[in-house]
Design a protein around this ligand. Structure first.
Ligand code: PGA
Length: 231
């Protein structure tokens, strides 16, 4: 299983260091068969001698250059960061990243050999328009992405489930994951209000290869419970 923590714009460099130490100590007692990833804010990126994979929540598609406020490959390479989240719903819907920009970013970081956790997911109005509209929407978000890339991981995160405490039913997750698995044969994570009390049921679903956790990852005990739910 892959269990990933997305801190978003939370935590500091110091609190991330404390978190990583506690997480490493926990992983050292078991769970070596699981892949655990942490995506801290850019200011907390660092080089960790750890089995926990640390990734970037975002970066610009450039080695370096004149892109005020952005970081690029050079800044990630300083800390040996080799993993990146691309296409998260907050990047798409809050920060206004277009599919074209997202595809460009994917190509750039694929070229650099990164593991890409590529996020897709539908807003509520699409979900309410029925399953054909839903699958068409998700398919469009996969357009232009090299689905054969061996370091690609897909995260299905319905926008209406992110940070809301709402989740699709297990049947719905299964249905959508099964349909996605027909389009892309890569590890497929579920994200959107994954909590200690629902993680086990979600990860028990056959086409769920792991979870991407936002809010509940901020509390180390909750995140540890979610890792424990892989058992
Ligand atoms: P959430 O966020 O767990 O707080 O719903 C998930 C995500 O945005 O990746």
């Amino acid at each position: 299983m892959i269990v990933a923590a997305n801190f978003k714009t939370n935590m500091t460099r110091r609190s991330t260091q404390e978190y990583m130490r506690a997480l490493e100590a926990f992983i050292a007692t078991g769970h070596s068969e699981d892949t655990v990833m942490v995506f801290p804010p850019a200011t907390a990126l660092d080089r960790w001698e750890s089995s926990v994979i640390v990734g970037a929540q975002n970066a610009y598609a450039t080695h370096h250059g004149a892109y005020t406020g952005e970081i690029g490959l050079e800044q990630l390479e300083e800390f040996d960061i080799r993993t990146i989240l691309i296409g998260h719903s907050e990047r798409r819907h809050v920060l206004g990243e277009s599919q074209e920009e997202i595809v460009h970013k994917c190509h750039f970081y694929q070229e650099a050999g990164f593991t890409i956790v590529y996020c897709i997911g539908e807003p509520l109005e699409i979900r309410e328009s029925g399953s054909d509209a839903l699958m068409e929407y998700l398919e469009a978000q996969l357009e232009g992405i090299d689905l054969g890339y061996r370091n690609l991981i897909i995260a299905y995160e319905p926008v209406w489930a992110i940070g809301t405490g709402l989740t699709p039913s297990s049947d719905d997750i299964l249905l959508i994951h099964n349909a996605l698995k027909k389009m892309v044969q890569r590890p497929l994570l579920y994200g959107g209000s994954v909590k200690p009390n629902n993680a086990r049921e979600i990860m028990a679903l056959a086409s769920v290869d792991g979870v991407l956790v936002g809010g509940a990852s901020l509390n180390i005990d909750d995140f540890k419970s979610i890792i424990q739910a892989t058992e």
